[in-house]
Ligand binder design. Structure first.
Ligand code: FNR
Length: 191
């Protein structure tokens, strides 16, 4: 089974994006193992800390390097992406020449209560992703407007159309990882 390092761009206990991640995990059951990264445990990026790197940073790099792919599940924050996602991406991209993200297949999805459904935030996020060396899945896009009850306590998507759409996303993400995952492993082995 393939392992996916999951970055949820919210620290809120009842985060709707964490609910979305859990529902996608359920739809991917038996095909993908989700390894949730603790974004809140990381300090703010500071180059000086590499002199004696915090254990949480080294743990992040180990988890990312062990993963076959990365999934970002994020809210939109003032029409942009969450700072905790950028902080996490920056940490594992260093030290210089030891970028843990290189070649990893990446999916990007998100939900918000507004009809924008994180589209503006994701578009800003997408502009930064190639620099980290990700192999970004462009389609399908998931801009999901969250409504109360959309995902129940068992992480089931209650709306049939939305569940089918997300199941289709999972199928394509699994295929994307199968197609591009080997490339990431080859790049990492060559470095
Ligand atoms: C928001 N929210 C928001 N929603 C949106 O659709 N576009 C936006 O630009 C913003 N901006 C924004 C800024 C700040 C500082 C906050 C606190 C909130 C609303 C946001 O989508 C909503 O709070 C979601 O519930 C956040 O997702 P999580 O944390 O529940 O996963």
């Amino acid at each position: 089974m393939k392992t996916v390092a999951v970055l949820v761009g919210s620290l809120a206990h009842n985060s709707i994006n964490r609910q979305l991640a859990k529902s996608v995990e359920k739809l991917a059951s038996g095909r993908l193992h989700f390894d949730y990264i603790d974004l809140g445990a990381l300090p703010h990026y500071n180059n000086d800390l590499w002199e004696n790197p915090p254990a949480v940073v080294l743990d992040l790099k180990t988890k990312v390097e062990a993963a076959d792919a990365v999934l970002i599940v994020m809210p939109e924050v003032n029409r942009s992406f969450p700072a905790i996602i950028k902080n996490t991406l920056d940490w594992a991209s260093r030290p210089y020449g030891d970028n843990s993200w290189t070649g990893k297949p990446l999916g990007l999805i998100g939900t918000s209560p507004s009809p924008v459904g994180t589209a503006a935030g994701q578009n800003q996020m997408r502009a930064t992703l190639p620099l980290y060396g990700f192999v970004v899945m462009g389609q399908p896009e998931v801009y999901l407007q969250f409504k109360p009850g959309l995902i129940d306590e068992d992480h089931e998507v209650t709306d049939d159309l939305t569940r089918a759409f997300l199941a289709g996303y999972v199928d394509k993400f699994v295929a994307w990882i199968d197609k591009h995952g080997k490339r990431a492993a080859q790049i990492a082995a060559a470095e």
